[in-house]
Ligand binder design. Structure first.
Ligand SMILES: Nc1nc2c(ncn2[C@@H]2O[C@H](COP(=O)(O)OP(=O)(O)OP(=O)(O)O)[C@@H](O)[C@H]2O)c(=O)[nH]1
Ligand SMILES: [Mg+2]
Length: 306
């Protein structure tokens, strides 16, 4: 019998823990920043605009004690403006129904009605860790303790962890606190796997991030990205992507004078994708008008929304 450990064998040690952790909260509290920080790599897109994340994004962290399968979710919408908003909330509810642990993320010093609505969506029997993010933004550190006191009664939180996802402060405390809260079990993914989402999905997301970051305030909400072709030749990826806008008048804004805007957007996306895929990327982007796509269930399905 061969007793040397096989590299491909799942990690199976006594006391090892593995489980799914949902990261939920209202828009813009820093959920995706936290996911990226916890797994040590950028996988989920981030911007200063609310409602950046529209899909479930999985990030996997494996250490010697546990395997965390974090699931980043869209910010929970308190207003349902269209089918896209409903789809995003559905994603949050679906993720919440099927995890071992929940990180409920709020901003330090702020617990509004929109935060409390998210708390109501978390199933009663779920184990919930309250993550108080952006502590670096608190001008007076002395305000943190009274804030914690004022929110700790909202639910029977299993842990309360203040941190800064952006700076990385106290994120290791969150991991240590969450480890014993995961069920005992074997790893479900290989040690070096960081996500279960495809390169095709990540390419669309990274391009959408640049659109969110480089376009004005309102435009990104009417924008989606469709990957029309994704080919791999050795270490080279050839990607053809369409930026979907919902009004003909928006096309010119995305393209910009002499094509400058779109050139900058696709070049910034390409640079990040090359880092992520560790290989050369050819990214060709064009703009397509699909009126009313965000309120059209069929169009949403074809764009990969749940
Ligand atoms: N100062 C500070 N800013 C942060 C921190 N974490 C996140 N941010 C910023 O907050 C903004 C929103 O971050 P995201 O990670 O996109 O937030 P989100 O909760 O995923 O947002 P949605 O996907 O839109 O729901 C970005 O501008 C981040 O840089 C933090 O710890 N400190
Ligand atoms: Mg997000």
């Amino acid at each position: 019998m061969n007793t040397t450990p096989d590299k491909d064998e799942p990690i199976d040690k006594p006391d090892f823990r593995a489980g799914f952790v949902a990261i939920v909260g209202r828009p813009n509290v820093g959920k995706s920043t936290l996911l990226n920080r916890l797994i040590g790599q950028k996988i989920s897109i981030v911007s200063s605009k609310a409602q950046t994340t529209r899909h479930r994004v999985t990030g996997i962290l494996t250490n010697k004690d546990a395997q965390f399968i974090f699931v980043d979710t869209p910010g929970f919408q308190t207003q349902h403006r269209n089918a896209l908003n409903r789809s995003m909330n559905r994603t949050v509810s679906q993720v919440l129904s099927d995890v071992d642990l929940v990180f409920f993320v709020v901003e330090a010093g702020r617990m509004g009605d929109d935060d409390k609505r998210v708390l109501e969506v978390i199933p009663e029997d779920a184990k919930v860790v309250l993550v108080i993010n952006k502590v670096d933004q608190l001008k007076e550190k002395a305000r943190l303790l009274p804030f914690i006191e004022s929110v700790r009664g909202l639910r029977d939180f299993v842990e309360i962890v203040p941190l800064s996802a952006e700076r990385g402060n106290n994120c290791d405390t969150l991991i240590s606190a969450a480890t014993p809260l995961l069920p005992e079990g074997i790893a479900m993914y290989e040690e070096d796997e960081i996500t279960d989402r495809s390169e095709r999905f990540l390419a669309a997301e990274f391009l959408r991030e640049k659109l969110f970051r480089l376009l004005g305030d309102e435009l990104p909400y009417g924008i989606a990205v469709e990957i029309e072709k994704f080919e791999t030749e050795g270490r080279l990826r050839r990607i053809h992507a369409a930026v979907i806008v919902d009004r003909a008048g928006h096309k010119g804004i995305v393209i910009g004078k002499g094509g400058e805007k779109l050139k900058r957007i696709s070049s910034e996306a390409r640079v990040e994708l090359e880092k992520l895929f560790d290989g050369k990327v050819f990214l060709e982007v064009w703009v397509k008008v699909k009126s009313g796509w965000a309120d059209d269930e069929r169009a949403l399905k074809s764009l990969g929304y749940e």
